[in-house]
Design a protein. Structure first.
Length: 130
């Protein structure tokens, strides 16, 4: 952050909040920001939501919700090419939401429901307003 902007923020902090020292309050806020930046649970949730932030990946997860499927089935469902489907499957595997395995010459995928539910539980825990 530029020095000028930091000074502007410090000067206005006590105006929007009841504080006696803008410098001290600014430093406290900076510490909160640093702690949040390195919070493992938030980083994990960010990775999860980045994986979900794509319509094709959401479609794949929905297609796998009740049935394991091979890549050719997913190609037909999404009306996309095999390389495009494979890219999305890799992204979902990296996050740990799906698992693939070979069955003969075909690769099948399944939704890892417990992992998916764990991410949702972590989100609910992190953002519960009790």
């Amino acid at each position: 952050m530029k020095v000028e902007r930091k000074k502007e923020i410090k000067d206005t902090l006590c105006g929007c909040n009841d504080c006696s020292n803008g410098d001290t309050y600014f430093e406290r806020l900076q510490q909160i920001g640093k702690a949040l930046k390195f919070d493992q649970k938030l980083n994990s949730l960010s990775t999860f939501f980045n994986a979900l932030g794509n319509k094709e990946r959401l479609t794949i997860l929905t297609a796998l919700k009740n049935k394991e499927r091979c890549v050719c089935e997913l190609e037909a469902i999404l009306d996309k090419s095999q390389p495009s489907i494979s890219h999305h499957l890799r992204e979902l595997e990296k996050v740990g939401l799906i698992r693939g395995w070979k069955k003969g010459k075909y690769t099948y995928y399944t939704l890892l429901k417990k992992e998916f539910e764990m991410y949702l539980a972590n989100f609910n825990q992190e953002f519960s307003f009790e």
